[in-house]
Design a binder for this molecule. Structure first.
Ligand code: ASP
Length: 309
């Protein structure tokens, strides 16, 4: 269906985001970066580009921005290492690529896309994925690019108080994008450093196709953020798309039903969802979610707190 309508939604993580927990400088910086990500993805879509290119472009901007837990500014593992996860999926044919525990690619979302297009696999991890990245000529980056002083002090705080298991003050900052292009196709991408102080090679929902990332033209595209273990157990991304496809639910009903299930299991977080009919929604169980939306009508929203947008 080519009707020249497009819709882009992005997130920069959900969590304990309130006017009391974020400084004005933090929220202004995050809003500015969300705006740039909407511009990057939106200009792809406005120029007739596809949903897959748009979600990659939007996520790359957020990966490069230190306000979010992905790429530069990613949270650190228990041993102080950088360990990044990302995924991308094309709703046209459900081709997907993902990486887990990578440490040297500047934009993990682009590495995930290269896994999709340049290998017979869906998911690569650790040293092998870093090697694949080098062999395929992706932009490399070192610790000095990824690590910020704020993430180093959050790790120190977490180690001093290991009860803060999921994240320091629950400020998840994973990034993601979903888009519907002018041809009516959808795509999703998600990128993260996971949770502060993660150990033992822990991997969350973000790079798991069907959990934190999913796209299917017969249902919708989904990118999630929050306490990943619960999104994995709920099969959140696939479940939202399956409810739309099999039960005929609209985006809001499907997203809210699955987020209620995540909450019932004990999880918290949010999702962004867009369908081939251009309907779109964000839904979150936390006090706030860094988020943005733009579409072909010229409408554009950037918001953080629960009472906005
Ligand atoms: N969902 C991510 C994970 O569990 C964390 C986040 O959303 O910030 O790895």
């Amino acid at each position: 269906m080519s009707d020249s309508q497009w819709t882009l939604m992005i997130h920069g993580g959900a969590g304990m985001l309130t006017r009391a927990t974020l400084t004005p400088a933090q929220s202004a910086g995050a809003r500015e970066a969300l705006g740039r990500a909407l511009d990057a993805g939106g200009s792809v879509l406005a120029g007739g580009g596809g949903a897959l290119d748009a979600v990659e472009a939007a996520v790359r901007v957020l990966e490069d921005d230190p306000h979010f837990n992905a790429g530069r500014g990613a949270v650190l593992s228990y041993d102080g290492a950088v360990s990044l996860d990302a995924a991308i999926m094309d709703g046209r044919d459900r081709r997907a690529g993902s990486v887990a525990g990578v440490s040297a690619t500047r934009n993990p979302v682009s590495l995930a896309r290269r896994v999709m297009t340049g290998s017979p696999h869906v998911m690569l991890s650790g040293a092998g994925a870093d090697q694949f990245s080098l062999e395929h000529g992706l932009d490399q980056a070192g610790r000095d690019w990824f690590v910020t002083p704020e993430r180093e002090s959050q790790l120190a705080e977490m180690i001093a108080d290991p009860d803060g298991w999921f994240d320091v003050a629950m400020k998840y900052g994973t990034v993601g994008a979903v888009a519907r292009d002018a041809e009516g196709h959808v795509a999703a991408a998600t990128s993260t450093g996971g949770v502060t102080g993660k150990r033992w090679g822990r991997i969350g929902d973000s790079p798991l196709i069907g959990a934190g990332t999913y796209a299917d033209d017969r249902g919708c595209a989904v990118s999630a953020t929050g306490s990943g273990e619960f999104f994995i157990r709920a099969g959140a991304g696939h479940e939202i798309a399956a409810r739309m496809r099999l039960l005929g639910e609209d985006v809001a009903t499907a997203a809210r039903t699955v987020m209620a299930d995540v909450a019932a299991l004990g999880g918290a977080g949010g999702v962004i969802v867009v369908a081939p009919d251009a309907s779109a929604i964000w839904d979150f169980t936390t006090p706030g979610m860094f988020r943005g939306r733009a579409d072909s009508s010229g409408a554009r929203t950037v918001a953080i707190f629960g009472d906005e947008g």
